[in-house]
Design a protein around this ligand. Structure first.
Ligand SMILES: Nc1ncnc2c1ncn2[C@@H]1O[C@H](COP(=O)(O)OP(=O)(O)O)[C@@H](O)[C@H]1O
Ligand SMILES: [Mg+2]
Length: 209
């Protein structure tokens, strides 16, 4: 068990919450787990690393390679901040425990020049989890994300749905793409390490981590 990359169909769809749930589950199964957000763009609100630290207490949170002030796509945030993102600094942090890596936005978000997240994913070699909404619009976004990952030869672990149950969408996307449905995380009225852990264990019961 080396870990997973978490990407998604969009920003604000629940990648960080899912990453925290996955990190917490790996921690419970393996006794240790790590989380890494390579590029954080926007520091005014709670950062993704802080959110995961709160929702998966006990996990090791690696420092971000880049902490950009501007809340924008990493390529633009870096330009505005006057920072040059170097691919050589975006190597997986070392460690023995399973690692969860969270991208920014979606698979084809640019970092620097023509370098996109999906290019890093295939280079890192960890299986990618695609976080997808359950509701209207998700079929197109999820199938396009999967195609983009395949073009760049990323390994796809499966789809993690977030939101209210939607039987048709949760069935047709795996059927059309041939990518496994790993499970579904409902929208939780209260987000705590405990509510998240039990929702993950229930929603992803069939996923052997
Ligand atoms: N399963 C969930 N239950 C309740 N709130 C959620 C859930 N998933 C995401 N959220 C909330 O939605 C917002 C965006 O989620 P986040 O995980 O930060 O998205 P992303 O990482 O894709 O940008 C946050 O305020 C987060 O707390
Ligand atoms: Mg996030």
């Amino acid at each position: 068990m080396k870990g997973f990359i978490v990407t998604g169909t969009d920003t604000g769809i629940g990648k960080t919450v899912f990453s925290a749930a996955l990190t917490g589950a790996l921690l419970r199964r393996h006794g240790a787990a790590r989380y890494w957000k390579p590029v954080q763009a926007g520091l005014e609100e709670v950062t993704d690393s802080e959110a995961v630290g709160q929702l998966a207490p006990g996990a090791l949170i690696h420092p971000e390679a880049y902490r950009l002030v501007t809340p924008a796509s990493p390529h633009l945030a870096a330009r505005i901040d006057g920072v040059v993102i170097e691919r050589a600094r975006l190597t997986l942090p070392e460690g023995d425990a399973p690692l969860v890596v969270e991208g920014a936005g979606g698979a084809l978000v640019p970092l620097e020049g023509s370098l996109l997240y999906a290019d890093l994913f295939s280079g890192w070699g960890l299986p990618v989890v695609v976080v997808a909404r359950t509701g209207l619009g998700t079929i197109n976004h999820t199938l396009m994300t999967i195609e983009a990952l395949r073009v760049r030869r990323a390994i796809i672990a499966g789809i993690a749905f977030v939101g209210d149950a939607h039987e048709e969408n949760e069935a047709v996307i795996p059927a059309l793409s041939g990518v496994a449905r790993l499970g579904r995380l409902p929208l939780l009225p209260q987000l705590t390490p405990q509510t998240l852990a039990s929702a993950f264990d229930e929603g992803f019961a069939g996923w052997s981590l």
